[in-house]
Design a protein around this ligand. Structure first.
Ligand code: UDP
Length: 240
């Protein structure tokens, strides 16, 4: 796609959103029969599935940790999820995202409860429009809770950035591509602890603070949607 002349016109973004507006968000828990826990997240045009298996015995055994469970995360993009077909299999980007996803989630888990075990989190991006790593973290947190894995809290995540000199929430692919800054953030909401913060581009100190405030506010809303998805899942179970 060619660079649009302007990404913000009369204070509105190309998709009609205000700078501090989140894309439409949908979260559903317990969508896969064979996984121990699962979740589906739509954020604008992003569609992401997370499946959790475990805690279960770690194989290969030489990767077992004697005192704790290992959290294993695998982020993958379907070949049809992006405009230009993505070659299947891991690449540098998916290895990096798998690693930062694990680091974003680990602090809320009680891994010491399950020595020699593994908890597997598979994140599958079915459709991508920027913000897939944060959508994946949101889905993974709900899937872990759905699996009954003991957690201190959920993890909520969103990207913020700068486009045409304006601080914006939840960038689209166009904004990510043509904007100046993209900063994905993950938060443990109750502790207000940041477990992921990456930045592509630059901010002044004041812009950074404004962007981080925006991310914290949006994560409150995402947290509520995550909890609502779990409440709905639980209500369905109760009804049989
Ligand atoms: N993307 C793509 N092909 C790729 C990788 C990424 O088209 O091989 C697109 C996709 O829409 C993705 C966006 O670029 O969501 C931004 O990617 P980035 O690496 O910033 O991660 P994300 O914002 O998805 O967490």
């Amino acid at each position: 796609m060619e660079k649009p002349e302007k990404l913000i016109v009369d204070g509105k973004r190309l998709d009609g959103r205000a700078p501090d507006e989140l894309r439409p968000l949908k979260i559903e828990a317990g969508v896969l029969k064979r996984a121990d826990g699962s979740a589906y997240v739509e954020l604008g045009a992003n569609k992401v599935l997370a499946a959790v298996y475990g805690p279960r015995e770690m194989h290969p055994r030489h990767e077992q940790q004697p005192d704790i469970a290992v959290l294993r995360c695998r982020y993958a993009m379907a070949p049809f999820s992006v405009e230009e077909r993505k070659r299947p299999g891991p690449d540098r980007r998916s290895v990096e995202i798998s690693k930062v996803t694990r680091e974003a989630i680990e602090p809320v888990l009680f891994l010491e409860l399950y020595p020699r075990s593994v908890i597997d989190v598979f994140i599958e991006v079915l459709q991508a429009d920027a913000g897939t790593r944060t959508a994946g973290i949101n889905a993974a947190a709900v899937a872990l809770a759905d699996a009954g894995v003991p957690m201190r809290d959920l993890v909520s995540a969103v990207a913020v950035g700068k486009v045409d000199g304006t601080i914006v929430l939840d960038l689209t692919k166009e904004e990510d591509q043509w904007g100046t800054t993209d900063m994905p953030v993950a938060i443990v909401p109750r502790k207000k602890m940041i477990t992921l913060l990456q930045m592509d581009g630059h901010f002044t100190g004041a812009e950074f603070k404004q962007a981080l405030d925006l991310a914290f506010n949006a994560c409150e809303r995402i947290y509520e949607a995550q909890r609502q998805a779990l409440r709905e899942r639980y209500a369905i179970k109760q009804g049989g």
